[in-house]
Design a protein around this ligand. Structure first.
Ligand code: FES
Length: 174
């Protein structure tokens, strides 16, 4: 499996956001599928994150204008979900599940290994911007514990050896 790296738009380009015609068309398509604009908020945000790599204040304001909501309401939704990034993310975001099944199956050992290999703990990013570690709640794949999500991909039954190999492969993609 080849995990796609995240390409984050620089903050200075996302201060004021106007959706181009391609984004407008995709938003319009999403709106057709929901009974109200508010109901389409999560997929519209997800679309924005796919396009820009993260959700800046400018993106929040653009989404709020487009859906007829207040920026505060949109921000409240964005801040509730760990899947939305409020800062430009690393190329590879390591989301390590720290809920019970994964904890019992070695999540902390994996966190320790990441610390040894990359020098980062939870909430931290490597200086070169390639890796970032986030602790997340249950990823809904408890049968594969311990689970590590990297960008869009799940890696289940992770051992320290498999983690070493994965990190090396991802680093080579640079
Ligand atoms: S507890 Fe880790 S995936 Fe559910």
């Amino acid at each position: 499996m080849k995990t796609q790296a995240i390409s984050a738009t620089p903050p200075e380009q996302l201060q004021q956001v106007t959706f181009d015609s391609a984004m407008e068309a995709r938003i319009e398509e999403l709106l057709q599928r929901y009974p109200t604009k508010r109901a389409a908020l999560l997929p519209v945000l997800w679309l924005c994150q796919e396009r820009y790599g993260w959700i800046s204040q400018g993106v929040i304001e653009a989404v709020a204008r487009r859906l007829g909501e207040s920026p505060a309401f949109v921000e409240g939704v964005v801040s509730f979900y760990t899947m939305f990034f409020r800062q430009p993310p690393a190329k590879y975001v390591l989301q390590l599940c720290v809920t019970l099944s994964c904890e019992l199956c070695g999540a902390q050992r994996l966190a320790q290994r990441i610390k040894e290999k990359l020098g980062i703990g939870f909430g931290e990013k490597t200086a070169d911007g390639v890796f970032q570690l986030v602790g997340v709640e249950c990823l809904g794949a408890c049968g594969g514990a311990p689970v590590l999500q990297v960008n869009q991909d799940y890696y289940e039954h992770m051992s320290e050896e498999a983690l070493d190999q994965l990190l090396e492969e991802l680093a080579k993609e640079q």
